[in-house]
Design a protein around this ligand. Structure first.
Ligand code: NAP
Length: 295
């Protein structure tokens, strides 16, 4: 049976380190501040925003949630971003995606000051990461995957890694991080997607398989070689008449059968999910430190 990689515990350790770093910044009269902007009434987004604000509070980061109506237009949102860019109490700006359809997502993300782009979606930060700048922000979910691997004793260095999924948020930046000549990198990486032929043939050769697809239990035991480390980024709702809510959350990996042969595996929930928020907090501290040092 595979070793369970406990994302909740590892995320708690990181949050404790962040709280410590916040105390050290307080000694220099710096209090990290995060602004989270939510436009519209998407229920899942509202839950994420509340979770992020609560997590900030717990580690001593000041948080400001800006709730905007679904009808907000481009110019109004741009004005808010400009104000946050100029606000010395705010070191991190996060715009919760997806945005309402009348707003051009890309131009909003590109308007955020790269020094405050704690999501690391701005092209300046994507580029800095890609060229191996060790000071660059790392996007939270992929950075969380790397921390899970390192802190559970599964350094990717010298390993074959298969990343299934190539989104800008997870798969592609994760492939970058895994292939960097840096701590948490030095893997040989294959990126798989919906046009990949013989996908299971590729993942079966990998020492590390990361699933970031958004397809419930897609990675079955046929996709994994015995002893491989399997990281499940997916979060999917599936109907479950037996549960109170009528649904349950499953990952992109068929957990029970893959756990029988894998060397180590992350659960859903309790794996990558808690890491994402922990890494966001860590980026806020990094932003505050860097802005304070140049002020
Ligand atoms: P996304 O933008 O929809 O991208 C999905 C990727 O999977 C695409 O590259 C797509 O390929 C690929 N894919 C889809 N079906 C496939 C198939 N049958 N075979 C091979 N590849 C396939 O999703 P995302 O934002 O990266 O998120 C992926 C999953 O992670 C979702 O379940 C999401 O909820 C979850 N997630 C979790 C966290 C967390 O904190 N735990 C954070 C972010 C995302 P193409 O490019 O060819 O279409």
């Amino acid at each position: 049976m595979a070793e369970l990689i406990d994302g909740k515990q590892i995320a708690a350790d990181i949050r404790a380190e962040v709280a410590q770093a916040v105390k050290q910044l307080a000694a220099q009269s710096v209090k990290p501040g995060l602004a989270v902007v939510l436009a519209g009434e998407d229920l899942a987004s509202a839950v994420y925003v509340r979770m992020k604000a609560k997590a900030c509070e717990e580690v001593g980061i000041h948080s400001r949630v800006i709730l905007l109506p679904a009808e907000t237009n481009q110019a109004e949102l741009e004005k808010i971003i400009d104000e946050l860019n100029a606000d010395p109490a705010i070191h991190g700006i996060l715009v919760q995606l997806p945005l309402p359809p009348q707003i051009a997502e890309r131009s909003i993300i590109w308007r955020i000051d790269p020094a405050k782009d704690v999501d690391a979606f701005h092209p300046v930060n994507v580029g800095r990461l890609a060229v191996g700048d060790s000071d660059a922000f790392r996007p939270a979910t992929p950075a969380g995957v790397i921390e899970l691997l390192l802190r559970s004793g599964h350094d990717p260095s010298g390993k074959l890694a298969a990343v299934v999924g190539r989104s800008n948020i997870v798969g592609r930046p994760l492939a970058t991080l895994l292939s960097l000549n840096a701590k948490g990198g030095n893997a040989t990486v294959t990126v798989c997607h919906s046009r990949t032929p013989n996908l299971f043939g590729i993942t079966r050769q990998a020492d590390i398989v990361v699933a970031a697809i958004g397809r419930p239990e897609f990675i079955t035991k046929e996709a994994v070689q015995p002893g491989a480390v399997v990281i499940d980024v997916g979060v999917n709702r599936v109907d479950d008449a037996g549960s109170e809510k009528g649904y349950r959350l499953v990952g992109d990996v068929a957990f029970d059968e893959v756990a029988e042969i894998a060397g180590a595996i992350t659960p859903v929930p309790g794996g990558v999910g808690p890491m994402t928020i922990a890494m966001l907090l860590s980026n806020c501290v990094k932003a505050a430190r860097s802005i304070a040092s140049t002020a």
